[in-house]
Design a protein around this ligand. Structure first.
Ligand code: NI
Length: 192
């Protein structure tokens, strides 16, 4: 998920800690974004390198979350470094994520959202307010990430990527058309 200016300042603090290399981000129209990614089966050095590179790429963009298919890799992995509305911030990575929405998180909240693979526009998207993602880290150990507000939104956005969906797919048809038109026109400051 693309960062707002405020989020950029938060995420940018950790830039120096990553050892990864920046990879090119694929954009709207690339078929790797439009189909479900494959589950990870090998917890090896390639996976570790992928996660390091994804952190470097996310911080460079800057973004608050990034899914593996956004760097052209067809695997179920995402990274996140996003402000959390209750816990300060949520930083981590998840391999083979499974998403749950606790009953108290099912209320929808509308907030602005953008995507590094649809660079430029931001628009309002309704999302659940509290979600839990379980999965594994790069060494195969179980992990559990819990997000509230902005971080919940980001966990939903990145999990959607791995299922082959963009935030555009969550929009009513007319809103989607307006956002796409702004994207195609290169309107970097479009917010609706
Ligand atoms: Ni995105």
């Amino acid at each position: 998920m693309a960062a707002t200016d405020e989020e950029h300042q938060v995420a940018g603090q950790d830039t120096a800690t990553t050892t990864g290399r920046i990879r090119p981000i694929v954009t709207l129209g690339d078929e790797v974004l439009a189909r479900p990614c494959r589950p990870v089966t090998e917890f090896d050095d390639d996976l570790r390198r992928l996660v390091d590179d994804m952190f470097a790429t996310m911080y460079d963009a800057p973004g608050v979350g990034l899914a593996a298919n956004q760097v052209g890799v067809d695997l179920r992995v995402f990274v996140i470094d996003c402000p959390d509305d209750e816990l300060g911030s949520l930083v981590g990575h998840v391999v083979n994520p499974v998403l749950e929405t606790p009953a108290e998180g099912r209320e929808l909240e509308i907030d602005v959202e953008g995507c590094l693979s649809v660079p430029g526009p931001h628009t309002d998207v309704p999302r659940a307010t509290h979600v839990v993602v379980t999965g594994y880290d790069v060494s195969g150990a179980p992990v559990r990430l819990e997000g509230h507000g902005r971080a919940a939104r980001c966990l939903l956005h990145e999990t959607d990527h791995l299922d082959g969906f963009l935030y555009l797919d969550r929009l009513p048809r007319k809103q989607r058309k307006r956002v796409l038109a702004a994207y195609e026109a290169g309107l970097d400051d479009f917010v609706e």
